[in-house]
Ligand binder design. Sequence first.
Ligand code: AMP
Ligand code: ZN
Length: 136
Amino acid sequence: MSECIFCKIVDGQIPAAKLIETEKVISFLDINPVNPGHALVAPKRHVSSLLDLRQDELHVLMFVAKRVAAAVIRATGSPAFNILQNDGEAAGQIIDHVHFHVIPRDSEDGFRLGWRHLKYAEGQIEQLQQAIQQNL
Ligand code: AMP
Ligand code: ZN
């Protein structure tokens, strides 16, 4: 039996505040929200990384995330939202089952992503552009 919490939610073994369920995707409220209405959208199949998702799963995941985001902002009255995905431990992923966070936002909510704006060294941006293009 899977030890994954999200697989257990998919299987109905543990409760969750479900929002929508399709053949391949499930969405439910995050139990410890950044803001009330913070939702999660996950494929039903256990996959750790976004990179391991099939195209059909990815399509429906993004489609449902958009639909949930629209419903969350209507329901909460929030003027804005973030869609985030932590992929890998170093990126803050705690649950090893890929999911998008849909977080309703308000300019006064005090939540900061801590975004920074580094500068590239001379030639570094071109080098990375080439390296990434070669891996596409
Ligand atoms: P991440 O760091 O992207 O892996 O986020 C995992 C998220 O799952 C966190 O925001 C948790 O609050 C949330 N979470 C953990 N367990 C549950 C649960 N049983 N039901 C709903 N959300 C959960
Ligand atoms: Zn799982």
